[in-house]
Ligand binder design. Structure first.
Ligand SMILES: *Cc1c(COP(=O)(O)O)cnc(C)c1O
Length: 376
């Protein structure tokens, strides 16, 4: 029996009846676009996240684009973010003609380093560029919240907005607060491999402010005004499918239990892997919880990583690297003029990190096999 990296089949067995009933419901009522499942899901997920409003949308990428459009980001604006993330985080900034300004990461959490954020904001403010500092997008990498007690005041005291990219962290908490209640806007993704995923693409934007909520709803449907053929601004086709919302409503029923199971899997890994020589297991900052979108460990160096991944591969145990190339070194951002060495912490982690199978249905004996294989 091979060990899957993410086991969506076992999950499907738990929810099969509810998923089929939900999809049947959409087929029966026929409101495929903006059917009643959308508002139902928005109400449930925003209540779960202790935030007033949720706006379902077509993907996590669209969630970020819609948030930036609502905050009127455009050419000449600087938005600070991490280079150690999925492409969409910085891509959304650049798509609107604004400039992503990268900030190095913390060596323990791999999230944006508040000290470096302070420096980079000061650099842009001191007119070393002709950009206007406008906002920060923090990322809760692998499901662990960033350091919001430091990041939020840094942003707000400089007049910048804070967008929380919670694509990997929906369900995690920062000092008891759900991550999607943090920042001015929070964005998440329901891509199938995320902790709460659907069976296609999907996402949601969360906001406390009613004005922002109305703007997001308008931007989601081509900048609609009072009705859909009155267009008062530019928007996108950013709607979430009713079918996907129905799938999410079924999955959300078991999601709190899955969060508990993910933590149990992470705890077992911690126990099993602490005796693997040279391996560093992930650490979650005191007072916070992670939803373990990934379980990423650090090898001593890149040769050691190749050796460990090779051992697992030989035993048919899947692994992955998030992220093999940081965003500042991607060709798509070559115009920003960054070079190797610009973000030393991010680059070093990128050379050492790799992810092990992680999902709520991972069995203790499979985890023991993974640990034995790493030691062998
Ligand atoms: C997955 C992801 C996104 C994009 O979500 P999609 O639904 O795939 O568009 C954005 N940011 C981060 C950090 C992600 O992991």
């Amino acid at each position: 029996m091979s060990i899957p990296f993410i086991d969506l089949k076992s999950q499907y067995k738990e929810i099969e009846t509810a998923v089929k009933k939900g999809i049947d419901g959409v087929l029966e009522h026929g409101a495929y676009i903006m059917g009643p499942e959308i508002a139902d899901l928005e109400a449930r997920l925003s209540s779960f996240s202790s935030v007033r409003f949720g706006v379902g949308c077509a993907s996590g990428t669209d969630a970020l684009v819609m948030a930036l459009m609502a905050l009127e980001i455009g050419p000449g604006d600087a938005v600070f973010t991490t280079p150690f993330t999925f492409m969409a985080t910085a891509e959304s900034i650049a798509l609107l003609g604004a400039t992503p300004v990268f900030v190095d990461v913390d060596p323990v959490t791999y999230n944006i380093d508040p000290e470096d954020l302070r420096r980079k904001i000061a650099d842009v403010k001191d007119n070393r560029t002709d950009l206007t500092p406008r906002g920060v997008i923090s990322v809760d990498l692998f499901g662990q919240p960033a350091d919001y007690d430091l990041i939020e005041p840094l942003a707000h005291n400089s007049g910048l907005f804070l967008i929380v990219d919670a694509a990997q962290s929906f369900g995690a908490t920062y000092k008891g607060k759900p991550v999607c209640s943090l920042g001015d806007v929070a964005c998440t993704s329901f891509f199938p491999a995320k902790p709460l995923g659907c069976y296609g693409d999907g996402g949601m934007v969360f906001a406390h402010n009613e004005e922002l909520y109305k703007l997001l709803q308008s931007i989601r449907v081509h900048g609609m005004g009072e009705d859909k053929y009155e267009n008062v601004r530019l928007g996108i086709n950013g709607r979430l499918d009713a079918m996907q919302a129905a799938v999410l409503l079924a999955k959300f029923e078991i999601f709190p239990g899955e969060i508990v199971k993910r933590q149990q899997v992470a705890d077992r890994y911690e126990e099993l892997l602490s005796s693997v020589p040279g391996l560093t297991t992930p650490a979650v900052a005191e007072g916070n919880t992670s939803v373990w979108a990934q379980y990423s460990v650090l090898a001593k160096n890149s040769e050691h990583r190749t050796e460990l991944m090779g051992k697992l591969g030989a035993a048919s145990i899947p692994t992955a690297i998030y992220y093999p190339k940081p965003l500042h070194l991607q060709k798509a951002f070559a115009n920003l003029g960054y070079q190797e060495g610009d973000f030393p912490v991010c680059e070093e982690i990128g050379n050492r990190i790799f992810a092990l199978p992680m999902h709520p249905y991972l069995k203790a004996e499979d985890q023991a096999t993974i640990a034995e294989t790493l030691k062998g």
